[in-house]
Design a protein around this ligand. Structure first.
Ligand code: FAD
Ligand code: SF4
Ligand code: SF4
Length: 1022
């Protein structure tokens, strides 16, 4: 039987929000002008800015009045005072990764992440730290590592979640069984109440003034409601709904304090910004575990895995830190991915339906091994002997955790309008009921024609699952039906409906269902007591809207895409899917009026992974600006708003879209690093084309784009053209005319270059007959400006015994400079897609006969060669483009492949030992295509070479981007993030960089000559 329906909101929340927005618009001007005059923060009130902050990682969208990015902490309080005067509510925000709509609201959004992110005090002895709310968890932990400490609430979003947001949501990490939730680890909170009072929330028995009065008020409520608390409060570790009224009568499996004291800061934890604005948090730190071991338990059925969890958690004597589930779907997804298959195979015994990752952590591995043995014995007792893979090695463990994360990412990248939706994702049930609960919920999904993939925290009964729903069609209706049936199960098993991700818009209405009317009324009293003017996130937790109010949704019933004729082929995104099987329809059948472009853009689910700063490329422009606008997510949201008419008519060709795309360097970092594969570099080509088609091309656009066409005519004038680099007045004049910065040197022309040098390779006929054939595609840059690279590559290939043919334009067999081929990259970068297509067509025609014979086509410049494997496939060039793409590879990929096939023995004998350290910087497109390991392998062909890979994002040059005067500063900032400091730190190293623009940036920024890997190999030929 279904659970009783939750209370229906009496007033349509949509009407309420529209009313509030209307009133706000009248004061928006005043609000913006006061913020501008009374603070130094950023005041963002434009439609695109508001649209970008209207969403988070939930399904909801509510337009804020404006956005404020404070420069200094005290400006938060100033903004609160202004909002109080003008009657405008406030929505506090961290990384905006909430899954329930907590950070969407019709008020002033205050974004803490840009500046309010400092460590205020660290006490290593006492293991405490005081931080500002905008600090990101991983950044804090990186700074604590040297002290052997960490903050252990290890949420999956640790690279982008802020401590303020984590406290707001009472977040919980994978290791909560050992460390508890956020509430268990917060020692104090300084905050502002909506009336402007600064409060210091800490131990109740030491509190004074307003904090004490608040404590007494809540204590009185809790005392009155003791029987209600005992009757209705879920008795599990993972309960994050409502306010923590149980600080006075603990109901949690793990009391919030170890000594039974009451800490008033815990009242603010989980309050989702509705009670007070956090100014700082004092956190309890833990010792970093020095050793970990992982037991991977393989189960023949999912049910057995769930049933075993209750027994496994009793192991470890306090050393058990995680029991995480990976189900069959996830295993299959990982096995399908060539990068992850070898790792997941190391964890499998036979064909398990599920595995549990059981982690023990402590001071040393030896002391953990007995726990592993107990795990093995336990599984034997449970009838599953030989089911545990024992992983003691750190690297093996790390790789497996990475696979678990990646499996989820693949799941999230389902194409089509049906998406895995988070709304019952974190229900928590007591472990003894986990098997029945998951089994019954799976049946619920089946009844509703959908399915869910299960993963995550088996240790605490919080298994994540997202049924696939189509929110544009009947998703909202199904969501409610499933929620009601799921809630009935949660009630049956005495669990918590909201066990990790908070209430927000999605679960607020379930608070009364969970706690009953009296406790709900008590929550309302607490809100009234702390925020009587309803300044802070109104209608959240108390008096919330309905979860299925489609007018509050991103893809609500008014969402419509404007028809668009695209220049690139986006049909692969234009599909629909079957929620039960996840099968997608044929490309081009999804019904997207924007020919698939809108559906590609809509793949962004706002999870915020692009805000990370760790290894990987995504997203360099965000890393230097920390602006939502210059973030992959911000760009995807801007495009979605434009494509759906929410930024007005013709917005795709308007300035707001242009501004959002301006600092995108087209590095393709997102293509690889974004969990859902948002490919903003390709989107930039489409939008640049649309914009330029309407607004026209500049002189700079033409100068850069047509370079491959005029290079052969310009090269003979090298002496004259190079004067620009030695005569500052010419550089300044050129900047005025073209916008290309006078402070940059331009690539040097040579009248003698690769294309007019004596013929180097074998003929077309000879290569087609050769025993060891290879075809070189020499691009404009390595052909005209850095011929030595092309010559070096030829030397190396010849030394390895290959017959090398240099591809040239068909019908131009004479030795003129115009015979060279071009991939069209310069045209793509400037939106001249028709020219790009013509050049790519010419290149593919020339290469096709070789590709058809499966002869490798080798290139040197990553952005040019990889165009054949990327954009050339969406220019409408037919099957030929696919055939060529399969043979197109970078020199290093070719050599690494041949080495594996034992074809480089001759070459290896000719290489002399390396005498200097070697630093390697990867071009972004090399990283995006996962081809950095071949470069490392190839360098290691040189005896004694120990290449060191620089952990860098984009170098910042990115084709012509860094040459442009208006991008110079940002370009250099990108280079200074990690690349240039790493180069400077190793003065004696040879720097290897395969990208032309990377080499220029390294020269300009560090005054060092970087070389192509072809040159490195050639220099080591003896
Ligand atoms: C893919 C994915 C995985 C996730 N995994 C986990 C997980 O493992 N565990 C988990 O618990 N959650 C998880 N989440 C949810 C989310 O990431 C966490 O809740 C996270 O802690 C939110 O941090 P944030 O900085 O993005 O906060 P935001 O979303 O910006 O804000 C969270 C709440 O805090 C409030 N807030 C922010 N700053 C302040 C302030 N200064 N004063 C008062 N209130 C403030 C906001 O108003 C909001 O109510 C996941 C989300 C995604 C998308
Ligand atoms: S662009 Fe990708 S990583 Fe960024 S929020 Fe969107 S889906 Fe997440
Ligand atoms: S292509 Fe690069 S700069 Fe552009 S959004 Fe993606 S990661 Fe950011």
């Amino acid at each position: 039987m279904n659970a009783p329906l939750p209370k229906q909101a009496t007033e349509s929340a949509a009407n309420m929000y529209e009313q509030v927005s209307h009133n706000f618009n009248e004061v928006a001007g005043k609000l913006a002008s006061r913020l501008r005059s009374e603070t130094q923060g950023e005041v963002l009130f434009g439609a695109a800015d508001r649209g970008r902050y209207a969403t988070d990682a939930s399904i909801y969208q509510v337009q804020p009045v404006g956005v404020f990015v404070p420069r200094f902490a005290h400006e938060v309080s100033t903004a609160m005072a202004i909002c109080r005067d003008l009657g405008v509510p406030i929505v506090p925000r961290g990384g905006g990764t909430s899954q329930c709509g907590q950070t969407t609201g019709a008020g002033l959004v205050i974004d803490h992440t840009k500046h309010i992110r400092n460590v205020l005090a660290l006490d290593v002895e006492k293991r405490t730290v005081e931080v500002e709310p905008g600090m990101v968890l991983d950044h804090l932990n990186a700074s604590l590592k040297k002290h052997g400490l960490w903050f252990p609430v290890d949420v999956s979003t640790s690279a982008q979640a802020t401590l303020g947001g984590m406290a707001g949501n009472n977040s919980c990490g994978s290791r909560s069984i050992a460390y508890g939730n956020m509430v268990h680890n917060v020692l104090g909170a300084k905050a502002w109440l909506s009336d402007g009072t600064a409060i210091n929330m800490g131990l109740f028995d030491q509190s004074t003034g307003r904090a004490k009065a608040i404590g007494e008020f809540v204590q009185q409520l809790a005392t009155q409601l003791k029987p209600e608390l005992e009757a209705h409060w879920p008795k599990v570790l993972r309960r994050v709904a409502g306010y923590n009224l149980d600080i006075f009568h603990n109901q949690n499996e793990k009391p919030y304090t170890t000594d039974g004291s009451v800490n008033l800061a815990h009242l603010l934890v989980g309050s989702e910004g509705t009670l007070a604005m956090t100014q700082s948090l004092t956190l309890q730190l833990s010792e970093l575990p020095l050793a970990k071991v992982l037991g991977v338990v393989n189960f023949p059925t999912f049910y057995q895995a769930m049933d075993a969890a209750q027994h496994i958690v009793k192991l470890g004597q306090g050393r058990l830190t995680a029991v995480e589930l990976v189900d069959r779907t996830m295993i299959d997804l990982s096995l399908q991915n060539p990068a992850f298959a070898p790792t997941i195979r190391t964890a499998l015994i036979g064909q398990p339906e599920a595995v549990l990752l059981v982690e023990f952590a402590g001071a040393d591995k030896a002391s953990l091994l007995p726990h592993m043995r107990q795990l093995v014995e336990l599984m034997g007792d449970l009838g599953l002997p030989n089911s545990v893979v024992e992983m003691v090695d750190d690297a093996a463990q790390k790789n497996l955790w990475e696979v678990r994360k990646a499996g989820l990412n693949i799941m999230m990248s389902l194409k089509g309008d049906g998406k895995p939706v988070s709304f019952i994702e974190d229900c928590a049930v007591p472990l003894e009921h986990l098997a029945e609960y998951t089994d019954e919920l799976t049946q619920v999904f089946k009844r509703h024609g959908t399915k869910g993939t299960w993963y995550a925290h088996a240790s605490v009964g919080t298994l994540h699952v997202r049924p696939i729903l189509d929110m544009r069609r009947d998703g909202a209706k199904r969501m409610r039906q499933i929620a009601e049936e799921a809630s009935a199960l949660v009630r049956k098993y005495k669990g918590a409906y909201s066990g990790e991700h908070g209430d927000g818009l999605c679960r607020g209405e379930w608070i009364e269902w969970q706690f009953g009317p009296q406790i709900t009324q008590a929550f309302a009293s607490i809100k009234q007591h702390l925020d009587p003017i309803q300044l802070l996130s109104p209608q959240r937790i108390v008096n919330p809207p309905k979860m299925d109010d489609t007018s509050l949704m991103r893809y609500g019933n008014r969402y419509q895409v404007i028809p668009l004729k695209t220049v690139l082929d986006w049909r692969v995104w234009d599909v629909q899917n079957d929620p039960a099987t996840e099968q997608t329809t044929a490309p081009g059948t999804g019904g997207d009026p924007a020919q698939g472009f809108a559906k590609a853009v809509e793949m962004c689910n706002n999870n915020g992974t692009c805000r990370k700063f760790d290894a990987g490329t995504m997203c360099p422009s965000y890393r230097v600006t920390r602006d939502e606008q210059h973030l992959t997510r911000g760009r995807a949201n801007t495009l979605r708003l434009a494509l759906s008419g929410q930024l007005g008519k013709d917005a795709l060709c308007g300035e707001e879209v242009q501004q959002a795309m301006d600092l995108c360097v087209g590095c393709k970092g997102c293509k690889r690093d974004c969990p859902t594969g948002v490919d903003m570099a390709r989107m930039k080509i489409e939008t640049t084309h649309q914009y330029k088609a309407k607004n026209g091309f500049t002189l700079k656009d033409r100068l850069i784009s047509h370079l491959p066409r005029y290079a052969h005519l310009a090269a003979p004038w090298a002496g004259v053209l190079n004067l620009r680099n030695s005569m500052p007045w010419m550089a300044r004049l050129a900047e005025k005319m073209t916008g290309l910065s006078a402070q940059r040197s331009w690539p040097k022309w040579h009248s003698d270059h690769f294309f007019n040098a004596a013929a180097q390779g074998v003929t077309r006929e000879q290569v087609l007959q050769a025993a060891k054939p290879v075809v070189m595609f020499v691009d404009t840059f390595n052909g005209y400006f850095e011929s030595e690279n092309a010559l070096a590559a030829m030397r190396v290939l010849k030394a390895a015994g290959y017959s090398v043919h240099v591809a040239i334009k068909e019908g131009l067999q004479n030795e003129t400079g115009s015979k060279h081929l071009c991939c069209g990259r310069t045209y793509l970068a400037n939106g001249m897609v028709d020219f790009a297509k013509a050049h790519a067509q010419e290149l593919i025609n020339a290469l096709l006969p070789f590709a058809q014979k499966q002869i490798a086509i080798v290139g040197l410049e990553p952005s040019c060669l990889l165009t054949l494997r990327d954009e050339a496939l969406v220019l409408g060039l037919g099957d030929a483009a696919h055939v060529v793409s399969q043979q197109a590879m970078l020199l290093e990929e070719f050599l690494a492949r041949e080495n594996k096939n034992k074809q480089l023995e001759v070459l290896k004998e000719k290489l002399k030992a390396a005498e200097r350290p070697i630093l390697l910087h990867g071009h972004c497109h090399q990283k995006a295509f996962g081809v950095m390991s071949p470069v490392m392998e190839v360098i290691q062909l040189i005896p004694k070479a120990k290449p060191e890979l620089i952990e860098s994002s984009c170098c910042g040059m990115a084709g012509s981007f860094g040459y442009e005067a208006n991008h110079l500063e940002v370009s250099m900032q990108m280079a200074e993030l990690s690349l240039l400091p790493a180069v400077r730190a190793k003065a004696d190293a040879i720097v290897v960089a395969d990208g032309t623009s990377c080499r220029h940036q390294i020269k300009d920024g560090a005054n060092r000559d970087a070389i192509h890997v072809a040159q490195l190999l050639s220099q080591h030929l003896q």
